[in-house]
Design a protein around this ligand. Structure first.
Ligand code: IPE
Length: 246
């Protein structure tokens, strides 16, 4: 099984509120058709979920955030999710929409439900889930990122490869010269502040990738504007991106 996260910077224009990148979405989805094994898709919030979470000052830490904000973030994620699902259907793939509330309670994974995701994927559907605003309990809520969902799903489903589709070629050792780190094992590289700025949540993605790779699984960062690289990696042909070796 392959676990794939479609980053918000690839599927939306992060510089403009509520703007999907439909062409990029379609191009990636078309490429996914070439994969001959079960896949599970997670997508981020980009200029949908992130835009509203910033407006309502909501974060990953459970707090008493605005109820209005929670509703609006959730609604915007459904809107983005619908765009992704429509693209799957248009390209003759069969998505199976799973809001994260289906397999996460509070901030705890529901193992039984997550194991069902694998069965769904093996029966010919493509499960699609996404980062979202979630109710935590005691009037608190929190933002669950798609990156965190990747960690949760990888731990239980043990995919042979977890792929983070991003808007750059991978992790750069030097942001100015764009020198790509081809392979990493174990330790986290120093991520310069500027590289954090350029790629938004790159730091958070790397943390999640390292956690997964430390459990013995390979993780790959790849440029979503070059979707054929996803297929090359899945076919073990070539890893044009950053490979975190498990
Ligand atoms: C964000 O998920 C979810 C919300 C803000 C509601 P991610 O944090 O995984 O999104 P991207 O990929 O960085 O945009």
């Amino acid at each position: 099984m392959i676990l794939i996260k479609l980053g918000g910077s690839v599927i939306t224009n992060k510089g403009k509120p509520l703007s999907p990148r439909r062409k990029s979405i379609d191009k990636i989805v078309k490429t996914l058709k070439k994969i001959n094994e079960p896949i599970v898709i997670v997508h981020g919030g980009g200029s949908y979920g992130h835009y509203w979470s910033v407006k309502y000052d909501m974060h990953t830490k459970p707090e008493k955030y605005s109820t209005r904000g929670v509703s609006i973030v959730k609604n915007s994620m459904i809107e983005l999710n619908k765009i992704i699902l429509d693209s799957f259907l248009k390209n003759k793939l069969n998505p199976y929409c799973l809001p994260p509330t289906d397999f996460i309670s509070g901030n705890k994974p529901i193992t039984k439900k997550i194991k069902m995701i694998e069965k769904i994927a093996r029966s010919g559907f493509i499960p699609v889930t996404y980062g979202d605003a979630l109710w935590y309990g005691q009037k608190k809520s929190f933002i669950l990122s798609g990156d965190r969902i990747m960690g949760v799903l990888a731990t239980i489903l043990k995919p042979r490869l977890s792929i983070f589709v991003v808007n750059v070629d991978g992790l750069y050792s030097n942001i100015k010269t764009k020198k790509l780190i081809r392979e990493l094992k174990g330790r986290k590289p120093l991520i310069s502040k500027s590289s954090k700025d350029v790629t938004g949540g790159m730091n958070r993605k790397v943390d999640e990738a390292i956690k997964i790779s430390k459990k013995g699984m390979n993780v790959f960062f790849v440029n979503g504007n070059k979707p054929e690289r996803i297929i090359d990696a899945i076919n073990r042909k070539k890893f044009h991106g950053t490979l975190f070796r498990g």
